[in-house]
Design a protein around this ligand. Structure first.
Ligand code: PLP
Length: 376
């Protein structure tokens, strides 16, 4: 049976050139980067090289990149690392209802420790109004965390404007750019953020490695204690093959960005035109706002998404109803809920996310299967 993978926001396959670059670091160059000898130093240099490549993807300085074990960990480090160095009773963070669970649940945990959190709601298109953020600022606010692009809808947020508001009020600004990387240009100087999260496996790199951009001068408390790795911010022997792969993936991503954006846009536009013309009940969520070009979140009225997901899977089509982390939950998406979708659309929404390997034939096949299921 044909397999059509349209779940690239959940994860991407590791690029072959990335894999080739990683392989020697599993055996031939197996040293511990903390060792003084040649084998160890070979790995230190490989990590430094990866740091440089990743810094270039976001126009940062290499010493501003801290490697972590995932995007989730980088988000935890951004929030908890800031909180532990600034926290006092009654202090305040502003975030949003549409954040990935690695930000949202971290905020929820901090709430239990007497940190007040304001979760700003999006409009019906899934966008956060910077003025809403501004209206929540108090003299206790020490951090604002708003994602660059949403994982379920693709909606792009006005980070530049929100950073300006944060800067004017001497508040630290964090953005989770995990779903933005490789789908839109990212420049930490233009965005004017203090902290920015990346994850390798969303840009055709390996799973289990992430990074946090930490602007020079921003102080974070570590969450993991031990050796002095990663400037004493993230202890633990480095995942050298993973970091090397992340570096290569970042380099390839930066090189091909414009070409890839064009490919995503062509595929996404073709898909959306076709689905709207063939499926009467289909509507696009976040249709009237800027989105990353690879994501289409579609509601099918009164069709329970779980049943639809299974029917599509039986035909070899891999999609999801929202974030991969919430995939086993029967609850409707927190993100779509916060956008005030009617319940018929809430339960019948599917995220289609396209990748570099997606073809027009994949789209034709997917729509023909959907037609058979839904237009019965
Ligand atoms: N942030 C966003 C927006 C994501 O979509 C994800 C993963 O789906 C993460 C963070 C977490 O990244 P990781 O899978 O590397 O933990």
């Amino acid at each position: 049976m044909k397999t059509v993978y349209l779940d690239y926001n959940a994860t991407t396959p590791t690029n072959k050139d990335v894999l080739i670059e990683m392989l020697p670091y599993f055996d031939y160059h197996f040293g511990n980067p903390s060792s003084i000898h040649t084998l160890g130093q070979k790995c230190t240099h490989a990590i430094d090289d990866a740091r440089l490549r990743i810094s270039r993807l976001i126009s940062a300085n290499p010493d501003e990149i801290i490697f972590t074990g995932s995007g989730t960990e980088a988000n935890n480090l951004a929030l908890l690392g800031t909180a532990f160095s600034k926290m006092h009773k009654g202090s305040h963070i502003i975030s949003t209802q549409i954040e990935h669970s690695s930000v949202y649940e971290t905020c929820k945990m901090l709430e239990k420790h007497e940190i007040t959190i304001s979760f700003v709601s999006p409009d019906d298109n899934g966008t956060i109004n910077p003025r809403e953020i501004e209206s929540k600022i108090t003299d206790k606010t020490f951090l604002i965390s708003v994602m660059t692009a949403n994982n379920e809808t693709g909606a792009i947020q006005n980070i530049k404007e929100i950073s300006k508001i944060a800067g004017n009020n001497s508040i630290i600004m964090h953005t989770d750019a995990v779903q933005a990387a490789g789908k839109m240009p990212l420049n930490v100087n233009e965005l004017d953020v203090d902290l920015l999260t990346l994850s390798a496996h969303k840009i055709y790199g390996p799973k289990g490695v992430g990074a946090l951009y930490v602007k020079r001068g921003i102080r974070l408390s570590p969450l993991i204690f031990g050796g002095g790795q990663e400037k004493k911010i993230r202890a633990g022997t480095e995942n050298v093959p993973g970091i090397v792969g992340f570096g290569k993936a970042a380099e390839i991503t930066a090189q091909n960005l414009n070409e890839n954006i064009l490919h995503y846009t062509r595929i996404r536009d073709y898909f959306e035109d076709l689905i709207l013309s063939k499926i009467k009940t289909a509507s696009i969520n976040s249709e009237n706002t800027m989105r990353v070009p690879n994501t289409s979140n579609i509601s099918f009225n009164e069709q329970e998404n779980e049943k639809l997901l299974v029917k599509l899977d039986l035909k070899g089509i891999c999609v999801s109803s929202g974030s991969a982390c919430g995939a086993s939950s029967r609850e409707p998406s927190r993100i779509l809920k916060s956008m005030n979708l009617p319940s018929s659309k809430l339960y019948g929404s599917i995220r289609f996310s396209f990748g570099l390997n997606t073809t027009f034939e994949d789209i034709n096949y997917t729509i023909s299967v959907l037609e058979k299921i839904l237009n019965k």
